[in-house]
Design a binder for this molecule. Structure first.
Ligand SMILES: [Mg+2]
Length: 247
């Protein structure tokens, strides 16, 4: 069930990208955001006075490329980097992960269908095309993280991510909410993956609207069956507020 929202202009909207506004695909590089979705994001952003941000595990540069020509505030790499509404980049000191990349490539880089994604200060090991390799991937990333007290492991859908400790989507949403134009607004956050749970917790604590896309346990208060249903709900937010302004 998705909630009815009155006065959308009083809200701040935070959206995960993959599996939330864009359909999940076999390889992370193949994700595409279509024109109608871009237009929807643009109209919604206008409705909420530009208080709309993308909160993704991807790098800011990659999100920008997917949303071109739209330029939005973005938290990238699960909050490790963040571009605020003024366009200022906030980034935590990246951990030195060069030796880890070497270890992971040596251990599994030769397997066809496994993708090793390098991000600033983080690394993601995708195995969506080779689900039978999950256990091996898990053993490899656990082995790496065990030796490094400055790093932690995030498990997403068919992906393991090695990140510096202390960054998550909840922290990124809190940072946005302390700044204009997000400040003083009630937050909405939607996501589809385990890494979005920290964001849901922050939004719940602020009496906001947390929305889980798809199946799976979650602390989110609302749920959309899939990307399509969630996008339809977002479109409804734009249409409802159009009707109100006409009245
Ligand atoms: Mg996602």
């Amino acid at each position: 069930m998705l909630p009815e929202i009155d006065n959308i202009e009083r809200y701040a909207i935070f959206l995960d990208l993959d599996g939330t506004v864009a359909e999940l695909v076999a390889h992370p590089d193949s994700v595409h955001v279509d024109r109608s979705t871009l237009r929807l994001l643009e109209m919604l952003s206008e409705k909420v006075g530009r208080a709309l941000a993308i909160v993704s595990g991807r790098e800011i540069a990659v999100v920008d490329r997917l949303l071109r020509p739209l330029v939005l505030p973005i938290a990238g790499v699960h909050g490790l980097e963040r571009r605020d509404a003024r366009g200022i980049i906030h980034s935590r000191d990246a951990a030195d992960i060069s030796s880890i990349i070497f270890d992971i490539e040596k251990a599994i880089g030769h397997e066809v269908g496994v993708a090793i994604e390098r991000k600033p200060g983080a690394i993601a090991l995708h195995y969506r095309l080779r689900p039978e390799l999950e256990r091996r991937c898990r053993d490899i990333v656990h082995g790496v993280v065990e030796k490094r007290s400055d790093l932690c492991l995030l498990q997403g859908k068919m992906v393991y991510e090695i990140m510096p400790r202390g960054s998550d989507k909840g922290g990124a949403i809190q940072a946005f909410l302390s700044e204009s134009p997000f400040l003083g607004r009630r937050p909405i956050f939607a996501g589809d993956d385990i890494t979005d749970e920290a964001g849901f917790s922050v939004v719940n604590a602020r009496h906001g609207v947390s929305i889980k896309i798809g199946a799976g346990e979650s602390v989110a208060r609302f749920r959309a069956h899939d990307v399509r249903q969630f996008r339809a709900w977002l479109s409804g937010l734009v249409d409802n507020s159009c009707e109100e302004s006409v009245r």
